[in-house]
Write a protein that binds this ligand. Structure first.
Ligand SMILES: [Ca+2]
Ligand SMILES: [Ca+2]
Length: 269
């Protein structure tokens, strides 16, 4: 798992004062970012631990019904309580996966209730970013009933406030409960999963070097037609550069065209 190496609340505040860029819009909640360069970013969530209560670092925001549960992750023992959770095997669960395998998930007990998992990154490739390769696993870690279904669709943003949905079904995953029941109502998400969802995502507008961008797994829209939802989690999130689209050289030309004077820590898309 790779983590960001540079961040501070002070830096975030400086970004927020860039009124010309942000037009007063609020920043997304993650206060830190994964530094995204040619090595890409990989997150397996296993740092959360068996009973971890927070998403990794400060790079994530988990919302269910408008409530921020990023630092209130639970290990539900059954039922359909609206929550965020850290899925995975745990001691005594009778699952075969090691307790160290965690996933980041949400469950909502109301049809269509907003739910989302947001990841913040910063383009540190040294060039404008036009395409990224995004892959993730969708896992089902808790069961509600035999007809429940739910999923995520991938969205992206360059400011954390205006979101665009990835343009085709390649970036959507959906799972349905099968009526099988695991320990305490849990299903083993690693055996009820979709692997490597995603592909090459083209940004509508390129992300400047040094600028933030956000990926969001949105689950309310495609889970709206059922009375309740199953517990869904993402795992093994991989974000990589697409070499064919990586523009060499400094990525400041587009920014300077607007007449901004850029200093480290003050730039935003
Ligand atoms: Ca994991
Ligand atoms: Ca897993």
């Amino acid at each position: 798992m790779r983590k960001a190496t540079r961040n501070s609340a002070k830096t975030t505040l400086l970004f927020g004062t860039s009124a010309l860029v942000m037009a007063g819009a609020a920043l997304a909640a993650p206060s830190a970012w994964y530094s995204f360069d040619d090595s890409g970013v990989f997150e397996d969530f296993d740092s959360m631990g068996e009973f971890g209560t927070s998403a990794p670092g400060e790079y994530w925001e988990v919302l269910v019904g408008g409530v921020d549960l990023t630092d209130s992750l639970t290990v539900p023992t059954g039922g359909a309580t609206t929550a965020a959770f850290n899925g995975g095997g745990w001691a005594g669960s009778a699952f075969t996966e090691p307790a160290s395998d965690r996933a980041l998930g949400v469950i909502a007990d109301t049809a269509g209730l907003d739910r989302s998992i947001t990841m913040r990154l910063r383009n540190d490739t040294g060039a404008p970013l036009t395409h990224i390769n995004v892959l993730w696993d969708l896992e089902r870690w808790i069961e509600h009933d035999s007809t429940s279904r739910g999923g995520f669709r991938l969205q992206y943003s360059t400011n954390g406030t205006r979101w665009r949905t990835a343009p085709n079904r390649t970036f959507r995953g959906r799972l349905r409960a099968n009526g099988d029941s695991g320990p305490n109502g849990w299903s083993d998400g690693n055996t009820r999963s979709q692997r490597d969802i995603g592909g090459i995502l083209e940004f509508r507008n390129s992300v400047d070097d040094g600028a933030d961008f956000y990926l969001r797994w949105e689950g309310g829209r495609i889970s709206r037609n059922r009375n309740a939802d199953i517990g869904l989690a993402i795992d093994n999130v991989r974000v990589d550069v697409v070499p064919a689209y990586l523009i060499p050289g400094p990525g400041v030309a587009a920014v300077c065209a607007f007449g901004f004077v850029m200093t480290p820590g003050r730039r935003r898309a």
